[in-house]
Design a protein around this ligand. Sequence first.
Ligand SMILES: NC(=O)c1ccc[n+]([C@@H]2O[C@H](COP(=O)([O-])OP(=O)(O)OC[C@H]3O[C@@H](n4cnc5c(N)ncnc54)[C@H](OP(=O)(O)O)[C@@H]3O)[C@@H](O)[C@H]2O)c1
Length: 268
Amino acid sequence: MSRLQRYGGWALITGASSGLGRAFARLMAAEGIDCVLVGLEGERLEALARELSAEHSVCCRTLEQDLADDGFLERVEAFTADIPVGILVNNAGIGCGGAFATRDPKRIAQIIKLNCLAPVVLTRAFLPQMLARNAGAIIMVASLQAFISSPFEATYCASKAFDLHFGESLWGELRKTSVDVITVCPAGMKTDFFKADGLSGEDCTRMWKVSACPESVAALTLKKLGRKSVIAPNVAGLVGFLARLIPRRWSIRVVEFVTRRLVHYEQL
Ligand SMILES: NC(=O)c1ccc[n+]([C@@H]2O[C@H](COP(=O)([O-])OP(=O)(O)OC[C@H]3O[C@@H](n4cnc5c(N)ncnc54)[C@H](OP(=O)(O)O)[C@@H]3O)[C@@H](O)[C@H]2O)c1
């Protein structure tokens, strides 16, 4: 039995079609974990499912589902009613970069539903069965920005602070059970995230230069399962540490300065 299999045979991974979610799915399948892949784009999910089944002989199910939709849980529960989900990866997330006063109110609401509400609803749905089986793991995907209030990313960084506090609180609550909860706080990663957030090709390239591979972030998270949280890559942990030491108004001004230089939202 592999290290991950002790949590149960199946993992449910949200936002599995790309980036960090896909990296988690690949690592878990390599350890013989069957996967439920949830995301917006069915074709990409199915392509990944075919790849994982062929390479690792695991079972994969794909569910094309907008997790910001009201009532998404009924579909997820119906889809997983006959399998024991031992690992829940709350990964799907979007950003909303730019001056807050100009952001689309619908997108702002969608961020809160997807980044905050969906992980809470899914965790509440799957945790009782993990506790009943005496085994389980919940992975919350927050961000380094959870520690640092970020001008031009107000809703996003607040949503990630929510994820961090939710995940770490649950870790404390479940510390003496057989359910592990870890919150990963990645710094920038080379994924589609920046493009989906509306950054230009040039800005994406600039961000990618200072970003980590999602595969290394996923691997570090799985290695540290059992801890309360991890900042990834390791070197970014220093930034998280310093951000907690210096006065908050300084860190906010540093982020503002860096953001204005790294990205060119038209409203800056
Ligand atoms: N990239 C970074 O620099 C960075 C840094 C810190 C934290 N994070 C966090 O890491 C997580 C993964 O992001 P990523 O970097 O891997 O970005 P990504 O490649 O854009 O992946 C986002 C995933 O979320 C899915 N998704 C988006 N909206 C959805 C919705 N309404 N319902 C269901 N699924 C939805 C996407 O599905 P489709 O592809 O099918 O649309 C995709 O699979 C996010 O929570 C993000 O906040 C990212």
